[in-house]
Write a protein that binds this ligand. Structure first.
Ligand code: ES4
Ligand code: ZN
Length: 322
């Protein structure tokens, strides 16, 4: 309980949050009504009751259904503003926010409305916030390239690109050309790897995509040589504990490997992933791991320090937080 207060109050960065995953059931229903969208669930409670996931895909199906209520620039603004308020309450000082434009442009929402709505909420917040455009890996590389082209008029509004959605069967090499193009454009690069997929996907994300952080990456411990390589190069892993238990990557929080990752010298930190779906925001994730695992004050400080080390911030900015 003493530890709880310490981890809750310490300044931290959040580096793995999907903004569409911060859409709370109440806001989903408000936006559905505002936009005349009919949902497959009759009430907030019925929708929440459907949040019983067995794996990544069972979550993604409901996550994309929830995102279907986002139609107007103001909807993206309201969703993002709500997340930033929650993050501020959790003593987040800097956040790097993922967004999935293909989920929206495929429904006819203009790219401008997606990016401008999310970006305007960030500009209106006292938090330091940056945006990372994610490509959906279950779609083709051609679709990712077209999405990048559509986003380039707003190049100044996002700092990097990522890769998310269904991992197994969609290895990093599928996106080697679009990531090379993003690298040439000076975009920062990240990818989900080693969440449900094998350690080999972490290696190809490094070698073929040349990513600067691995999102999740928890399965790296199955490969000792890869674990040593990640530690030696100080490759950050953006770990999401409540996500991992809700999607059954680990059966229970006491089975989570966060402590082993830290003991292996990896630059791991705690993140919320999809807080509206997985049972909580950043501090809920901290409390869950500190309650379940033998973590102490030194681990708390290491996690906070790692979050700023791994942030895409200029060195002087990071120093200010450390
Ligand atoms: C995601 Cl937990 C997770 N994994 C992969 N893609 C995602 N998109 C939103 N949440
Ligand atoms: Zn994620």
């Amino acid at each position: 309980t003493q530890m709880r207060a310490i981890v809750q109050n310490m300044p931290k960065a959040e580096l793995h949050i999907h903004i569409e995953g911060s859409l709370e059931p109440e806001l989903i229903f408000t936006l559905a009504e505002r936009n005349g969208v009919t949902l497959a669930y009759p009430s907030v409670d019925a929708l929440r009751a459907a949040y019983a996931f067995t794996d990544l895909q069972s979550f993604l199906d409901i996550y994309y259904a929830g995102a279907s209520v986002l139609r107007k620039e103001q909807d993206f603004y309201d969703m993002t503003a709500a997340y930033l308020q929650r993050a501020q309450a959790d003593h987040v000082r800097h956040t790097e926010i993922f967004f999935d434009p293909q989920t929206h442009t495929a429904r006819g929402v203009p790219m401008a409305d997606v990016i401008n709505g999310i970006h305007r909420a960030c500009a209106d917040s006292p938090l330091s916030a940056s945006l990372i455009l994610c490509f959906l890996r279950h779609l083709s590389e051609e679709d990712a390239i077209a999405t990048l082209e559509a986003a380039l008029p707003y190049r100044d509004k996002f700092i990097g690109v990522g890769l998310d959605s269904s991992e197994v069967g969609h290895p990093p090499e599928k996106f080697a050309r679009v990531f090379a193009r993003c690298r040439d454009l000076g975009l920062r690069l990240v990818a989900h790897a080693g969440e449900e997929g094998p350690p080999a996907y972490i290696e190809t994300a490094l070698d073929l995509l040349k990513v600067e952080r691995i999102d999740h990456g928890v399965r790296c411990l199955e490969d000792p040589a890869l674990t040593r390589r990640l530690a030696a190069m100080r490759m950050p892993l953006t770990v999401c504990p409540l996500s991992n238990t809700k999607l059954r990557v680990f059966d229970q929080m006491r089975d989570h490997n966060l402590l082993q990752l830290l003991d292996a010298g990896l630059v791991a930190m705690v993140n919320s992933d999809d807080p509206a779906y997985f049972g909580g925001y950043l501090n809920d994730n901290f409390v869950a791991v500190f309650d379940a695992l033998p973590l102490g004050l030194a681990h708390a400080h290491q996690l906070a320090r790692n979050s700023f080390e791994a942030a895409f911030l200029p060195a002087p900015e990071k120093q200010r937080f450390l």
